[in-house]
Design a protein. Structure first.
Length: 647
């Protein structure tokens, strides 16, 4: 029964434990009227009616950390700061909804990553770039919207430990360029205050060409004194009105966005100029490394888009100022279902780094197809870069453990919109929840996170929880099987990025080629090819450069191989393509059947919404299977050993 305007996701408190009598609230060492503390108390009252709560100041607990303990008298949360109190209260709530009684609550934790950020790609006209869940709930008709939905959003984010939100698209155009002007300061300061109450700092994406677009200047050269002076005035004006602003995210020299290259300056010149200007206010500049040539000629086999990030940024390692963080996508290309880890992560050893992943399912099924992405994020975090004898995983690097730095963490392109269920597909909320939990504690497993999310969202009996958990955990591999094989990526419909089009990008300017002909497929990124392999530290470079040691799920990312190449499974490459596509489609049907089996335990409305998505997913899987198989059968002329129908 959903009578509310939108769902409450994992905070629906459907079985709030209720005890008779009055619940006491004791606060020691904090101001109970401070917004963060007051919000924590309000949340607790909502979730756990009738249970007493004590919030105590404890200096010994690390910043943003907490200790939450239950006893016969209720719940006690100890922390050294207000965010710790907030997170501790949410931890207690989580434990209670994951099956513990109040007296059994016991958890001590502090975040592994300093920055845990959401990046919205929301435009001011209300549309969302790569959004699959309706329109923006931040912007409408070039105005900022603040309402109950905004508050619920902030609650959800706080409950999973998010402490920074970028509200607007990285492609800053039109009205969005004016977010740093008087036109929007009033509303922004209201939003910033609301966020602060949930421990969240407001950030914005910035137009590098602001001096031209809103300042009326004829240049935005970062080394031009007049440009610097313009930014100094501008940033002062911004911080006078938005003293709590965290800083800015900048997409420069990328896919048509302006940047320092226009003036013969480096990425560091651009980032450092802004960082110096913002430094007196405690702000930071998050500078994206998604810089590549997007006007490539498909005939050109030398230029390799995968190389671009490293080629542009590695040489400037150490040149970036302390309050600059480079934001690096998990893979060297662009959020494909399978990519190697970007060699920039850990390749940089003297620069703050933040890992960027995409929760929005741009290339992973548009929140129509089920694709639980936490296993993918885990693989990235656990990857050994070999940048350090001990602390060399991506998790080590971005958390600051490797370099002993304090600026770094994880950011995600979010999957929300104003749909009733926030994420288009109800099950896609597992990715939203999971990203936050994982950014807070990178040691959690994909399964633990899935189970938490299921328990809080649906509260299912064990058997049904197992079914849904298994569906989530299988889903990424299923999606991978019926789409592009062995790390080759793309093969999607251009622009929209949903559904198959094997040659959709093959003759385009975007640098995303599979190079299939009648003999074989794949991109040679070894020394004989583009040399991309050598951007990794030696151990990884060696592993990738030989198809025998290259992890097989990535073999076509690194090698051009004949269809007759024998995989470790004993199957030829072409047979693997056929088998995986038949299997993937069949397993998608298995997922849909599993969902059907949950009909009696899932609320009717949610059940129906997800069922509709599965119907679409099955069409999609079938289309992928048949187009990919037919394409390779026609190219190679090699028949399926099992004689199945290929068109
Ligand atoms: C992808 C996506 C774009 C987006 C870009 C980015 O290429 O398709 O819509 O702007 O990533 O990350 O900046």
């Amino acid at each position: 029964m959903e009578t509310q305007k939108w769902t409450q996701l994992w905070l629906n408190y459907k079985d709030a434990e209720t005890k008779p009598g009055t619940a006491d609230i004791v606060v020691e060492g904090f101001d109970e009227n401070a917004p963060v503390v007051a919000n924590a108390i309000a949340e607790f009252k909502r979730a756990a009616r009738g249970i007493s709560l004590s919030l105590l100041h404890k200096d010994t607990i690390p910043g943003e950390g907490y200790r939450a303990l239950g006893s016969e008298d209720g719940i006690t949360v100890e922390a050294s700061d207000e965010r710790g109190i907030l997170y501790g209260v949410f931890a207690a709530i989580r434990q209670m909804y994951c099956g513990k009684r109040a007296v059994e609550v016991a958890e001590e934790a502090s975040p592994k990553n300093p920055l845990r950020m959401m990046n919205h790609w929301d435009n001011m006209d209300g549309s969302i770039e790569r959004g699959y869940s309706g329109e923006s709930f931040f912007f409408e008709n070039e105005e900022i919207v603040i309402g109950d939905r905004t508050r619920d959003y902030a609650r959800f984010m706080a409950s999973i430990g998010i402490n920074g939100v970028v509200i607007n698209n990285v492609n800053v155009k039109g009205a969005a360029s004016y977010l740093i002007t008087d036109r929007y300061f009033g509303r922004l300061s209201e939003l910033s205050e609301l966020f602060e109450g949930y421990g969240i700092k407001l950030y914005m994406s910035l137009n590098f060409a602001s001096p031209i677009e809103i300042g009326g200047m004829d240049t935005c050269d970062p080394l031009d004194q007049k440009v610097i002076a313009w930014w100094e005035d501008k940033i002062k004006e911004v911080y006078d009105r938005l003293p709590n602003l965290g800083g800015f995210l900048v997409k420069a020299d990328s896919e048509g966005r302006p940047g320092p290259f226009t003036y013969g300056r480096t990425q560091a010149d651009g980032a450092n100029m802004l960082a110096d200007v913002i430094k007196p206010y405690g702000g930071i500049i998050i500078w994206r490394c998604f810089v590549y040539n997007c006007t490539q000629d498909w005939r050109d086999y030398k230029t390799d888009r995968a190389r671009a990030g490293y080629d542009y940024f590695k040489g400037l390692d150490g040149a970036y100022h302390d309050n600059v963080i480079l934001q690096i996508k998990n893979g060297p290309m662009d959020f494909q279902i399978r990519e190697p880890v970007s060699p920039l992560l850990g390749g940089l050893t003297k620069t703050n780094q933040i890992l960027e992943v995409q929760i929005a399912q741009e290339y992973t099924g548009h929140q129509i197809d089920l694709c639980y992405l936490i296993p993918l994020y885990k693989e990235v975090l656990d990857f050994h870069t070999h940048c350090d004898p001990e602390k060399d995983t991506v998790a080590d690097v971005v958390s600051g453990r490797t370099m002993g730095n304090t600026l770094g963490g994880m950011a995600a392109v979010i999957n929300t919109g104003n749909d009733l269920n926030w994420t288009g597909n109800d099950l896609a909320a597992a990715n939203l929840y999971g990203f936050g939990r994982l950014a807070f504690d990178t040691d959690l497993s994909a399964e633990e996170i899935a189970r938490e999310w299921i328990a809080m969202t649906f509260g299912l009996p064990k058997k049904e929880e197992d079914i849904l958990c298994s569906m989530l955990l299988r889903s990424r591999e299923v999606y991978e099987k019926y789409t592009s094989p062995l790390g080759i990526g793309w093969m999607v419909n251009p622009m929209g990025h949903y559904g198959p089009s094997v040659d959709g990008y093959e003759y385009s300017r975007w640098g995303t080629y599979h190079r299939a002909d009648h003999l074989g497929i794949g991109v040679d990124r070894t020394e004989k090819g583009t040399g991309y392999c050598n951007q990794y530290y030696e151990e990884n470079a060696k592993m990738y450069s030989d198809p025998k040691t290259c992890p097989e799920e990535l073999v076509l990312f690194f090698h051009h191989l004949p269809y007759t190449y024998m995989l470790k499974s004993g199957k030829s490459l072409i047979q693997h393509i056929y088998d995986s596509h038949f299997e993937g489609e069949e397993q998608a049907r298995g997922l849909a059947a599993d969902w059907d089996s949950l009909k009696d335990v899932i609320p009717e409305a949610a059940f129906g919404r997800v069922k509709e998505r599965f119907d679409l997913q099955l069409d999609n899987a079938r289309e992928w299977r048949d187009q990919v198989n037919s394409y390779f059968f026609r190219k190679s002329g090699i028949a399926d050993e099992k004689g199945r129908t290929i068109y």
